[in-house]
Design a protein around this ligand. Sequence first.
Ligand code: GDP
Length: 421
Amino acid sequence: MSDKPHQNLAVIGHVDHGKSTMVGRLLFETGSVPEHVIEQHREEAEEKGKGGFEFAYVMDNLAEERERGVTIDIAHQEFDTDEYYFTIVDCPGHRDFVKNMITGASQADNAVLVVAADDGVAPQTQEHVFLSKTLGINELIIAVNKMDVVDYSEDKYEAVKDEVSKLLKQVNFKSDDATFVPTSAFEGDNVSEQSDNTPWYDGPTLLEALNDLEAPEPPTDADLRLPIQDVYTISGIGTVPVGRVETGTLNVGDNVSFQPSDVGGEVKTVEMHHEEVPKAEPGDNVGFNVRGIGKDDIRRGDVCGPADNPPKVADTFTARIVVMQHPSVITAGYTPVFHAHTAQVACTIESIDAKINPSTGEVAEENPDFIKSGDAAKVTVRPQKPLSIEPAGEIPELGSFAIRDMGQTVAAGQVLEVNEK
Ligand code: GDP
């Protein structure tokens, strides 16, 4: 592990705009993927007649390993710059990318938005920008990618930059919070070295832009909140829940509680990167073992916290949501699936309490009959199964969610108040 401050980074953007390739390139150029691994994938790609795919191949392979759960280290991809140690918190190129993005982006501090220069802003570009804003991403670095495809044209770069800037304005990202870099993930232009192909560009490379990000404040002083991602049985140890510490610290000897499963016990061991450690802090991916807890006592979606201040379980909660895309209108009684941290629970929107002006936050209409795409609203929500969630004002890391229905993200939001059972 590195002593540098840690940042969680999401890599977002429309399918095929080059996210996997960019991640592969970043890992490769920072020396985070061994050369022989790259070489192996290059050969494999060439055999399949897909020369040049090697970085994407590396990414796919890592993703597959993670899906098979072969290691209790959750195998997030990691690299470092002079200032920071970065973990890429989601997995581009994955089938269910938006879903990953929801759990990923809610935990990410900053994001790289990849926009292909030959395609510009595409539907998922909009969706991901919208989600990152709602889910609390601070700063965006925009890689205007595939510059090689547009012959490194400055005009093309400026046109895409304008288009993205307009989009950022729409969702209230300040332009100060965005850095644009013309890149080719494929050729390696302006990723770690200034490219001769873009003499008209004198801004930072992608790695410099990452290095220039502001340091996030680690929520170490808060109470422990650790959403459970998976539960394994490891021979010689027993039941091992794994997940990432969102806030607070997890110490050997702590008395912890899992909610909503409502079980608890003393922490016997904490393991990180295959080594036993005495404690884990925000951002750490851990596997741990709790005295008396069996595999069937807890599940994905549970949140682990201190026994004397356990994670909240909502009977109902109020939230501010923004409707991204819904084919018709949303009325009281609507019951889609809410994705919050690692949990997925069907929840009923019991009442639409107010329509809110999305840019000022003021109430535009009390108790509207319905809301539709583009609307922001305050709603009261009743989970159909127990759900642990926290007010975003108290624990932002556990206070955002996305609403999914019919295979797409319908809305995203933040919890205002939790009414416990
Ligand atoms: P993702 O779906 O956003 O993860 O996109 P991929 O990384 O899988 O890339 C999609 C396709 O675009 C692949 O064929 C890549 O080789 C190609 N690609 C990615 N970046 C670049 C680039 O900078 N230039 C060119 N010419 N092709 C690229």
